[in-house]
Each structure stands twice: as structure tokens, then as C-alpha cells.
Ligand binder design. Structure first.
Ligand code: G3P
Ligand code: MG
Length: 298
């Protein structure tokens, strides 16, 4: 696997109905029990590989778009780098291709991260797959493709947890169908679109859900997350506060803020009492977590 210096271009865009028991035993109930008994093994071990050094006093490290400071975001190289770095989970973004295949790409268009152009939804999956999704980042990564979500679920197996962020409401059913085809993969489905998540909950009473929040007016959204029996609340780093964490705790939701790439942030995250965080640099952050035990750092 190739690696390169962190020359990542900055870019950001925010933009079945039957019951089943196919998912690993990790979703809502185990996490709620964490707060009841004040013990954090459930959330960290649920279907996931262990963190070096054990789980207690550790934070769950989500690699944001993979190890996206070390490899082109949302590519297999970035995901493999994240796993090698010791991340507990990988976050990825999903848009739908013209032929209805969930593709792993952040933007609504192909322009920024591939050598193609135009909306993702105007091209067939096979055509998208042929594009180069690595050269924009560094020529070392030329030949990287835009993965289909299915490839990533196949790769993940029953190991690393996958946070699927759905960008396109049209992707709800195709994603649901896919994750049901991979019941061993521990997933967490998130979105900025609360209505989309509520729709998912109606379709699936068990699927672990995470509510993304990038507004200081988070209280109403948190109420919706609780009602939806979400597993977690994912606030922007600019939005997180002690009252937000306390409110999540009262409602039994995990807090996974995004994104933190500076090792010094670990201390503040521990003090805030979050359960994990998103980072573009999982290697650096995992090393800090393992080198400075929580008790000695508070
Ligand atoms: O899930 C956290 C983060 O991915 C949300 O923002 O724009 O990077 O998808 P974005
Ligand atoms: Mg995302």
C-alpha cells in the first residue's frame, strides 16, 4: 500500500420493512447499559476488534474518510491505512450511482476527488469505478478507484466497524439492502438528514444509527435522536460542549465528535467524557491514546 505526505486538499460538503435479527449484538441496548452501569466495554467491544492496550479508558477512534491525511479519502488505501493504524472504525460517505449502486465518495460531484466530472448520480457504477480517485491527492496513488460500498463491506468482514454516512436520501433502501447482505459487518449508519434516519428506523428497528449535528441549536435534534433510539450523536468539533455531552448522557446516546487531528485534543476529549471521535489521522491519535493513559492525563 502506498503512502504519501499529508497533502490532502481541504474540501467539505454537507450536504424490507420487515423485522429481522440479522445484525450483530451491538446496537441500542448494549450502549444504554453502558450508562446504567458505568462500564464502557459494551460499546467498544461490540463487534469490533480490540484497541491495543484494552478498552477501559479508551476512546473509540473513527478514521474520517479512512486515514484521509495519509491517503486519498474514501479509497481502499485510506481504509487499509486506517486499519493498519489501529483505528476502531472507519467513516465513509455514500452517494448513489445512476444505476442505483451505493458508491463511496464524499461530494455530490466527481470533480474534486476523481478525474471525472459532473454529478455522481449521472454516471453508472461501472463507469465511476473506472475513474482515478488517487492521482488528485498524490501521483503515488494513481489508479485508486472509487469503491462501491459492497467492496468495503466485503473487505471489512467481521473486523473493523464501518460508519456509513448517507449523503443521498435515495441511497437509503440500497444501503439497507446491502448491510443486510453483510450481517457480520458491524455498521453504524449516520446522516445530517434526521428525516432520513427516522425513515431508516421505521424500516429497521435494530439498525444502529448516528445523528450528525453541525449546529449550535442541537437540542431539538437530540430529542429526535433519542426518539429514534439512535446509538450516537455526532457533533461538529465547533458545536461540542459540556451541556451537549451531559444531555446525550442523560438520553443514553454515545457522543462521537468530528474531527480531531491534533494529539493534544485527546486530553480535552477525555475530559469532556465523549465515547470516541473522528480523525483524519488515526495513526497519530491512536499512538497518543496508547502512550498516555487516561488517569495520568487528567
Ligand atoms: O461523520 C462526520 C463527518 O464525516 C461529517 O462531515 O462533510 O466530512 O461528511 P463530512
Ligand atoms: Mg462524512
Amino acid at each position: 500500500m502506498a503512502t504519501a505526505s499529508p497533502t490532502q486538499k481541504e474540501g467539505s460538503q454537507h450536504g424490507c420493512e420487515e423485522q429481522h435479527n440479522q445484525y450483530p449484538k451491538q446496537p441500542v441496548a448494549p450502549f444504554h447499559s453502558f450508562f446504567r452501569v458505568g462500564f464502557c466495554d459494551d460499546i467498544h467491544t461490540a463487534g469490533c476488534r480490540p484497541v491495543q492496550g484494552g478498552f477501559m479508558n479508551e476512546l473509540f477512534v473513527w478514521a474520517h474518510r479512512g486515514a484521509s491525511n495519509d491517503a486519498p479519502e474514501n479509497t481502499m488505501s485510506a481504509f487499509q491505512a486506517a486499519a493498519a493504524a489501529g483505528a476502531n472504525g472507519i467513516e465513509l460517505d455514500v452517494h448513489l450511482s445512476r444505476d442505483g449502486i451505493p458508491m463511496v465518495i464524499h461530494d455530490e460531484t466527481l470533480d474534486r476527488t476523481t478525474n471525472g466530472s459532473g454529478p455522481v448520480g449521472r454516471m453508472r457504477a461501472r463507469e465511476i469505478h473506472r475513474l482515478d480517485a488517487g492521482r488528485w491527492y498524490d501521483p503515488v496513488f494513481a489508479g485508486e478507484s472509487v469503491p462501491a460500498l459492497e467492496e468495503i463491506l466485503q473487505w471489512a468482514g467481521d473486523g473493523i466497524r464501518i460508519n456509513i454516512e448517507i449523503k443521498d436520501p435515495a441511497a437509503v433502501l440500497p444501503v439497507l439492502k446491502l448491510v443486510r447482505n453483510f450481517p457480520m459487518v458491524p455498521v453504524l449508519v449516520s446522516s445530517f438528514n434526521a428525516g432520513l434516519l427516522e425513515d431508516l428506523r421505521r424500516k429497521d428497528p435494530e439498525l444502529p444509527l448516528g445523528f450528525l449535528c453541525d449546529s449550535h441549536f442541537w437540542r431539538l435534534l437530540l430529542q429526535r435522536a433519542e426518539k429514534c433510539r439512535a446509538e450516537s450523536f455526532h457533533p461538529n468539533a465547533n458545536v461540542i460542549s459540556r451541556p451537549l455531552v451531559a444531555a446525550c448522557r442523560r438520553r443514553g446516546l454515545a457522543v462521537y465528535p468530528w474531527t480531531f487531528d491534533w494529539p493534544g485534543d485527546v486530553r480535552n476529549l477525555r475530559r469532556l467524557g465523549v465515547q470516541g471521535f473522528f480523525t483524519n489521522s488515526p495513526g497519530i491519535m491512536v499512538r497518543r491514546l496508547n502512550s498516555k493513559p487516561a488517569q495520568g492525563n487528567l
